[in-house]
Design a protein around this ligand. Structure first.
Ligand code: ZN
Length: 280
């Protein structure tokens, strides 16, 4: 299933995209694409609904973040061997983790803000893993049982805030609109091999990132299991799993985003996003 949240920011309603690409309303079926709806039981119940029995949503409403009720966003740094090489960093011996604050979440096609004082706004197409149920001390072999599905995330980053302002990366990752998520949550049963998905990102129509989830250093079961040793993951929590090569920071000389620039990005089977950069 492709599950969505649509409507004005803060008032999103649950929906699904049917086999013909039509948006259908799930209001009255589930309160939100969040919480118990993301459990195996909740998703199985949703799958039992005949999409043709749901009303079609007319027009082209905005999509919000494809999951609600998110309690945390955990990001994995330098998790692609080809991206680690691009930054000149040694591949990490254990997953590098940092957080993106919840205020950063936005819809997949919402404008992205250039923060005040920003001179190094950058892009990162990433595979986001959406947790389906409470996850604590799970093994790698059982980790996927706790995953609801996958989505596209742009891990928008301000490199100077991230690396030149002291302390952790969180500062450069958490401005409003630095977390476009969606368009859809694709349930894991629809993704044949999550470690073999092409991914790309263009700026103003020029290809910047070309990658594949096959070059991840730490795969999805490893990341879910690893994180669950340190913190309990809750339904809706997002693990965004790192970016392939082609970020602005890695260009020679580095190239960063300015007001009016347009990012388009996608992952095979998980949909596409488009954001325009605006002044904060
Ligand atoms: Zn990232």
């Amino acid at each position: 299933m492709k599950l969505v949240r649509y409507g004005p920011a803060g008032q999103e309603k649950p929906g699904l995209i049917d086999a013909d690409g039509k948006l259908r309303d799930l209001t009255g079926q589930v309160p939100d694409i969040a919480g118990d709806t993301l459990s195996q039981k909740g998703l199985t119940a949703l799958k039992g609904i005949d999409p043709s029995s749901l009303s079609v949503v007319e027009g082209t409403p905005r999509f919000g973040p494809c999951v609600g009720g998110i309690s945390k966003i955990i990001c994995i740094g330098l998790n692609y061997s080809d991206h680690a090489a691009e930054t000149g960093a040694q591949p990490p011996s254990e997953p590098i983790i940092f957080t993106k604050q919840i205020n950063a979440l936005c819809g997949p096609n919402d404008d992205v803000e250039l923060p005040r004082g920003s001179e190094a706004l950058d892009w990162e197409v990433e595979l986001a893993v959406i947790i389906g149920s409470r996850t604590k001390y799970v093994s790698e072999s059982e980790a996927m049982d706790y995953v609801a599905g996958f989505a596209v995330m742009n891990d928008v980053s301000e490199r100077n805030f991230q690396t030149k302002r002291q302390g952790q990366w969180t500062k450069g990752k958490s401005h409003d609109t630095f977390g476009p998520l969606g368009p859809w949550l694709v349930t894991k049963d629809e993704v044949a091999d999550v470690h073999d998905l092409d991914m790309w990102l263009d700026v103003n129509g020029e290809r910047r990132q070309t990658g594949t989830t096959s070059t991840m250093i730490f795969n999805v079961p490893h990341l879910v299991s690893y994180l669950s040793q340190f913190m309990t993951l809750m339904p809706g929590d997002v693990i965004t799993t790192g970016t392939p090569p082609g970020v602005g920071m890695g260009m020679k000389p580095p190239q960063y985003l300015k007001v009016g620039d347009v990012m388009t990005l996608g992952i095979a089977g998980l949909g596409e996003q488009k954001q325009t950069v605006v002044a904060a």
